[in-house]
Design a protein around this ligand. Structure first.
Ligand code: ADP
Ligand code: ZN
Length: 739
């Protein structure tokens, strides 16, 4: 029997044996490792137990860790555990995952613990208070906020205040006001919302022979209850989702849990609908937008097994599944799985680790797998299951390259006559078209025609992006914004500032002029805020309330719009500038994804790529639909220099308040750089974003042969060159961006 939260007063220490048992406790702070604590006689802590311990003058929550105490603190200075909390302990596989991520990414384990612990989920449940509509409300006039709040509260369905306030954006006073006026009554909310159990016997579609063969392999992998990774590859629309839903069905029949990671949860409304159609009920979802209450309830439901299927974003990785039987990573090539701030880790790779720690099979899904995954298939570490064709006779879209050197748009325009003609024809047929440009705002650069001045961010090495509707210029790196100036900030010439280049806002302006009849929907992360707005946009498109969709990368992925037959890519070369290691690979993946939105049903699709370099291998691969040859060529280019995936990379990003401070640290690191067989250090060099949020940045890149372990090298290297003052060194193992 686990003791309940019994607080043992400090003097109880005296009762403990001073030379008695000690345990390591990991705390959610960036210390190098766990600290030892003495165990009072009344307690019997086991690894994973969540405990209260003294730390300096405070009490903190920690987790009893595994392994031997380190004994570096003498018995006389050792402090005692205060209590063991009466909540489920942290599972061993999650403790191992924390250790693994900490070691791999060179992050203090306590910092990883913070991410895994979700302290909120462990706090005792407050009494859940909610509100519902009064049965016989008085007839009174309602202000707009009051109407809004009532609209969010259908009769008979109580909801929590936090939840209501978050959704409606009204102030807490509105609820109080409505309660005082007798329109709302307080209620106790049910403590656990039901997580309905998905039914694997619910009928699914009849699979094609290719799909059936693929599903059979995945089912066998799930039934084997062993770790192993399978790549499920197939062009967009080939039925990959349908096939892996079969693997989920098998896992459910075995009574085990499933985790599905998706790159952007905002894209999942259609995904959730499909899941619901297949299994009768929706799965549990996990993402950063959940209310604290839903978060806590979901966390616990996963922990007790009450939630058999979870679909989530990166952090779902740390949920406490007691019986994980399958891990699926959809769109495995997506760079959104890489967390670039704080703890720098790749959720796809860590999900594979999680699957291995749980002895569960793992399925990576993509139409355009990453070169890393392809290499793992080549060496036989991963299996590959392939769906060659689009489902139901839908053909791959026809791809056309529009050479902007030969058929440029009219002056001041961005859509070439050929593309305009295609869009016009599409709209005349009553079909839908999409314009894709991966850039928010009106124009990426504002230039003074009088003096040539370019309006820059004061905090970053970046131009300010014009957002014309909001009448401001904004930095897309730090968020700094200024009202759009009338005069040049440099030479004071009036009305001399000119917008250079397009963003989606400018393309929308042009489209309104060119296609005045078309009903246009703009989808960018700043116009479509959150999953609800995305779901509503998707519904409007499916319902054919929209003729022309104009969007950034949020339109690129996952969506299935049967009436959309034309995709126009405004600037296909956009991702190729900058020239980092993966620029070509990423551009092919993104443009293939965007292209995949066209012609997914009976009507054939067409894709027009506007480019200045039609001969570029990326454009040729897309034109001929031959991604395989492209990837082989990429591989052949990376192999000789030991570039990933044939070698290893780790980046050190030095940042400091002053350029001098950053330079000095970067030079010191350069001098102490590791060397040896198969080890190269490139740099230091100014980062492309040489100043970010006011901090000066330098980069070094460690490149090694594949058989060299980079973590010990990095650890020794960093230990040699201590940081001081404002200087920071961030470590990015397996970097995918080089900014
Ligand atoms: P992918 O994930 O490879 O892009 P999907 O699984 O989304 O492909 O399938 C594309 C479309 O075809 C979806 O609307 C899906 O429901 C439909 N589809 C795929 N396979 C079948 C099938 N065997 N029977 C009926 N519809 C199918
Ligand atoms: Zn900035």
């Amino acid at each position: 029997m686990r003791p309940t939260k019994t607080k043992i007063p400090e003097h109880a220490d005296l009762l403990g044996d001073p030379r008695g048992r000690r345990v390591p406790v990991l705390l959610p702070f960036p210390f190098a490792g766990p600290f030892d604590y003495r165990v009072p006689r009344a307690l019997d802590p086991q690894p994973g137990d969540i405990v209260m311990v003294p730390l300096n003058r405070r009490e903190e929550v920690g987790v009893v860790w595994d392994g031997e105490p380190d004994n570096s603190v003498g018995d006389n200075r050792l402090r005692a555990l205060i209590s063991i909390l009466d909540i489920p302990p942290m599972r061993a596989d999650i403790r191992r995952l924390v250790d693994w991520i900490a070691a791999y990414t060179l992050t203090p384990p306590g910092e990883v613990l913070t991410m895994a612990l979700r302290l909120g989920a462990y706090r005792p449940e407050p009494i859940p208070l909610g509100w519902q509509r009064a049965e016989n409300p008085p007839e009174i006039r309602l202000t707009e906020p009051r109407q809004k709040l009532l609209a969010a509260l259908p009769p008979g369905t109580p909801r929590g205040s936090a939840d209501l306030l978050r959704e409606t954006g009204v102030s807490p006073g509105v609820i109080r006001g409505l309660a005082d006026a007798g329109l709302l009554v307080p209620v106790t909310l049910p403590t656990a919302p039901p997580f309905a159990i998905p039914d694997p016997a619910h009928p699914g579609p009849t699979l094609s022979p290719d799909q059936e063969a693929a599903a059979a392999e995945l089912r066998a992998a799930v039934a084997a209850r062993r770790f192993g990774v399978t790549l499920l590859e197939g062009v967009t629309g080939s039925g990959k989702t349908e096939v892996y839903l079969e693997a989920i069905a098998t896992c459910l029949r075995e009574g085990r849990q499933v985790l599905i990671l998706l790159p952007e949860i905002a894209l999942s409304s259609q995904w959730l609908d499909r899941f619901t159609r297949r299994f009768g009920v929706p799965p549990a979802v996990w993402h950063s937008d959940l209310s604290p209450r839903t978060r806590r309830i979901t966390w616990r439901a996963v922990g007790t097994g009450a939630a058999p299927v979870v679909v989530g974003a990166r952090s779902a990785l740390f949920l406490p599944f007691p019986d994980l039987g399958l891990v699926i990573i959809d769109e495995e090539h997506e760079t959104a799985f890489k967390q670039e701030e704080g703890i720098i880790y790749h959720a796809r790779d860590m999900a594979v680790v999680r699957a291995r720690l749980c002895h569960a099979p793992c399925i990576l899904v993509s139409a355009t797998p990453s070169l890393e995954t392809v290499a793992n298939v080549e060496t036989g570490r991963y299996r590959r299951v392939h769906l060659p064709d689009r489902h139901g006779g839908a053909t791959m879209p026809e791809i056309a390259l529009i050479d902007l050197r030969i058929t440029p748009p009219d002056r001041g325009r961005f859509l070439s006559p050929a593309l305009v003609k295609d869009i016009t024809a599409t709209l005349e047929r009553g079909e839908q078209a999409m314009l894709f440009l991966n850039r928010r705002g009106y124009a990426p650069l504002t230039l003074c025609r009088a003096c040539g001045h370019r309006v820059q961010c004061p905090n970053c090495t970046a131009w300010l992006v014009e957002h014309r509707a909001r009448r401001e210029l904004q930095c897309h790196h730090c968020g700094h914004s200024i009202p759009t100036p009338i005069a040049c900030p440099e030479c004071a010439a009036e009305h001399s500032l000119t917008a250079i280049g397009p963003g989606v806002e400018r393309i929308t302006e042009e489209a309104r002029l060119t296609f005045p009849q078309a009903r246009i929907l703009v989808m960018a992360s700043d116009t479509i805020a959150g999953p609800h707005a995305a779901a509503e946009a998707a519904r409007a498109i499916e319902a054919r309330e929209v003729d022309l969709v104009i969007g950034t990368q949020i339109v690129a992925k996952g969506w299935h719009f049967p009436h959309l037959t034309l995709v126009g890519v405004v600037d296909a070369d956009l991702g190729l500038n900058g020239g980092d290691l993966r620029a070509s690979e990423r551009t092919v993946q993104l443009l293939h994804q965007v292209s995949g939105r066209a012609g997914r049903a009976e009507a054939p699709g067409r894709v027009c790529l506007q480019t200045f370099s039609p001969e570029h291998p990326v454009m040729q691969a897309l034109l001929h639909g031959d991604l395989e040859t492209f990837m082989l060529r990429e591989a052949a280019q990376r192999r000789p220099g030991n570039w990933p995936p044939y070698g290893r990379l780790a980046a050190l990003i030095v940042s400091a308040d002053t350029a001098d401070g950053a330079d000095r640290m970067a030079r010191d690191l350069g001098r102490a750089a590791p060397h040896g067989d198969g080890i190269v250090v490139l740099g230091p060099a100014p980062a492309p974003l040489a100043i970010l949020r006011g901090r000066h940045r330098r980069r070094l890149l460690l490149k090694t042969r594949r058989d060299v372990a980079v973590q010990p090298l990095l650890r020794a290297w960093l230990a040699d060159v201590p940081t001081s003052g404002s200087v920071r060194v961030d470590v990015d193992v397996d970097p995918i961006t080089f900014q």
